[in-house]
Design a protein around this ligand. Structure first.
Ligand SMILES: [Fe+2]
Ligand SMILES: [Fe+2]
Length: 277
């Protein structure tokens, strides 16, 4: 099994293009999968440079409806054609980021930039799930993640619109991918809007497995309070995790803190970085 980061904010080798977004290409004995698509500028270019054929993708998984995880869908669909796209139905909610700077408020649309019908016309066959589900042997999606920790709070700058009403975004659609391997679980996060620790605890509860070979993807830790970062690190250190390869919305400060704590177990998941079993 090999997991390659296709889209990420940074480029660590001489190949590829960085963008604010995330996507991982997963090669297994059962076939190849795509987790998220980045925002759309880099996925095709990076897949060609990294020699990852998007046409072979068997299934697409979407972590949540933010544009930086879903914006590449049309580019991918134009190459793949008919393909199952697994997501929570709230992936299509309208989403807004409110930024307050120098007493001024700016609103930006950050939801999935395309309508379901358009994506279906390009070949997407949406399969919605709410609950923890085994998609194929050893490949699971978390479904909705219960919010249990006291220190993991939602990002107060993110909003969603349901039935014309704008509320703080609770990200019911936030889900992560789990690959069950002989070395332990591999957990791939999108933005971890449910809280990284809530997600890990949910995975342990559902799989009854506590050994994580790797945790990859966005953790959103740098966008939240320093207390949340420190509390999360405290809990992570008690867990059975062999490798932490976070990136994207983890942010540099939080990534540096994780590197300090986890040493050689830590790696940064830039464009082109791979994890092999
Ligand atoms: Fe993100
Ligand atoms: Fe996000």
């Amino acid at each position: 099994m090999r997991i390659t980061i296709l889209c990420e904010n940074t480029v660590g080798r001489r190949i590829g293009l960085g963008e604010h977004g995330f996507s991982a290409y997963i090669e297994t004995d059962q076939g190849n999968y795509l987790f998220d698509t980045g925002r759309g500028h880099s996925i095709v270019k990076n897949s060609l440079e990294l020699n990852k054929d998007l046409k072979t993708i068997k299934k697409i998984f979407l972590s949540h409806g933010h544009y930086d995880h879903t914006g590449g869908l049309p580019e991918v669909l134009k190459l793949v054609g008919k393909v199952d796209v697994h997501a929570h139905s709230h992936v299509f909610l309208d989403r807004i980021h409110v930024i307050k700077e120098n007493g001024k408020e700016t609103k930006r649309y950050v939801g999935l930039p395309y309508k379901q019908k358009y994506l279906e016309s390009l070949g997407a066959n949406f399969i919605f799930n709410k609950d923890f589900v085994e998609i194929e042997k050893g490949v699971f999606l978390t479904g909705e993640v219960p919010r249990k920790t006291s220190f993991e709070k939602p990002d107060s700058t993110l909003f969603s619109e349901i039935d014309g009403k704008t509320n703080q975004d609770i990200f019911s659609d936030d889900q992560s991918l789990i690959l069950d391997t002989e070395k332990g679980l591999i957990l791939i996060l999108g933005c971890a809007h449910s809280g990284m620790i809530n997600i890990i605890n949910h995975v342990i509860h559902k799989t009854r497995e506590e050994k994580f070979f790797a945790i990859l993807g966005g953790t959103h830790l740098d966008f939240l309070t320093p207390e949340q970062l420190e509390e999360s690190i405290k809990v992570l250190k008690k867990m059975n995790i062999e490798k932490i390869g976070v990136c994207h919305c983890t942010g540099m400060r939080a990534a540096f803190r994780l590197q300090q704590e986890f040493g050689d177990q830590f790696f940064y998941g830039h464009v082109g970085s791979t994890l092999e079993i």
